[in-house]
Design a protein around this ligand. Structure first.
Ligand SMILES: Cc1ncc(COP(=O)(O)O)c(C=O)c1O
Length: 385
């Protein structure tokens, strides 16, 4: 178990911790390596938490979640999917991460296999293998923009396969799965009686294309666990509040796990989350507009550089740069860049071999810093020639 929780050992965040220390020492660094919004949580959400605390909401809360929050999540998911979901389909968790962990523990055990596509979010390896299952990683084609490939999945499914994990909109690629791509996976899931674990944490941050939930497709509601949170959409990473939407029977198992694991979430956090969902859509619109503007600024600043390709994202807060054709030391391009320029980015090889030789830049610094970071990257690349 401890070996499984350590994950596959890849050090994806690499330069980030070094960069934080450098920043604390007052050095000139630009940190484009983390998916944590640089703006504060909207005031009304903070006020709702403070009001709840002052009103004495400091006791155990229902393990399966507060009815109001469950209803709001269900209503939002109903509007998004065009299908009817009720509070009985919802359980709040301490972020998407916690909901993923719960899905892993309740759906997978030793002898099972779960399949995910590479590049894949860094925590999936440990999270999906924690309960004893084997994880098969299918490498998507970098030259095809890392689009979902159902044929690849079809070739990998075997009698041990229990679930498929799908992350759309995707971190790190920024791809929004089309209905056709989702249907390719859904058809296989129905045919082979598989669960789909759908990580949709970036669904509110779509710039182009339309986000479709796996659970919206015919025959998928009963075999899909959708996990998401307010971390990215409402700048609430530190609040640790998200949810799973799933068939009621699975919510029952989640409730059992919740009893054993955390004994519920703080009531004042759930009150704040309810406020966020009930009243803060405009704030989300504003944040989406900021990320979109930053995406365009970064894409413009990196356009036309010889030797690299930029994968302009349809959604999310990251942009991928292909530096496979450029020279790098044994430590890798991201470290070379950081040591030469103070710009910290993620070595996307940490998301799996499919994205070896790519960098992931995030839009979580100010516009000026983002553009300056891109300028330093451009100059650094020029200096390699
Ligand atoms: C794809 C993906 N899933 C899950 C998470 C975890 O999010 P949360 O803060 O909701 O636990 C992240 C955070 O970066 C992510 O990128």
């Amino acid at each position: 178990m401890t070996e499984r929780l350590a994950g596959d050992g890849s050090d994806g965040w690499g330069t980030l911790f070094e960069a934080w220390q450098a920043r604390n020492r007052g050095e000139d660094v630009i940190i484009l390596a983390i998916g944590d919004p640089d703006f504060g949580t909207p005031e009304p959400i903070v006020d709702a938490a403070v009001d709840a605390l002052r009103a004495g909401d400091t006791h155990y809360a229902e393990i399966v979640g507060r009815p109001k929050l469950r209803e709001l999540v269900a209503a939002r998911f109903s509007a998004q999917t065009g299908r009817a979901w009720g509070p009985e389909h919802v359980m709040p968790f301490a972020g998407t991460q916690n909901a993923l962990f719960a899905a892993s523990l309740c759906l997978l055990e030793a002898g099972d296999e779960v399949i995910a596509f590479d590049p894949m979010y860094l925590t999936y390896d440990a999270t999906l293998r924690a309960g004893g299952a084997d994880l098969t990683r299918l490498a998507l084609d970098a030259d095809d923009g890392f689009r979902i490939d159902a044929d690849l999945l079809a070739g990998a499914i075997n009698p041990a396969t229990q679930a498929v994990v799908l992350n759309t909109p995707n971190n790190p690629t920024g791809a929004v799965a089309s209905v056709e791509e989702l249907e390719g996976v859904a058809e296989l899931a129905r045919r082979h009686d598989l669960w789909v674990i759908a990580d949709e944490v970036y669904s509110e941050l779509v710039f182009e294309g339309t986000h479709t939930s796996m659970a919206a497709l015919d025959g998928m509601a009963e075999r899909t666990v959708t996990v998401s949170s307010l971390s990215k959409s409402h700048a609430m990473t530190g609040w640790r509040i998200g949810w799973a939407v799933a068939p009621p029977r699975l919510i029952g198992h989640f409730n059992d796990l919740g009893m054993a694991m955390a004994y519920g979430l703080p009531g004042f956090i759930q009150a704040a989350a309810a406020e966020a969902l009930a009243t803060q859509d405009t704030a989300v619109d504003e944040m989406r507009a900021i990320y979109r503007r930053r995406r365009d600024l970064a894409a413009e600043a990196l356009a036309g550089i010889d030797g690299i390709d930029v994968l302009v994202p349809q959604a999310g807060m990251y942009l991928m740069v292909d530096v496979r054709s450029l020279p790098a030391s044994d430590d890798g391009f991201a470290w070379d860049l950081f040591r030469s320029t103070g710009v910290s980015v993620v070595d996307a090889g940490g998301f799996g071999p499919a994205s070896d030789g790519w960098l992931r830049l995030s839009f979580t610094e100010s516009d000026e810093n983002l553009v300056e970071g891109c300028r330093r990257l451009r100059d650094y690349i020029a200096s390699l020639r």
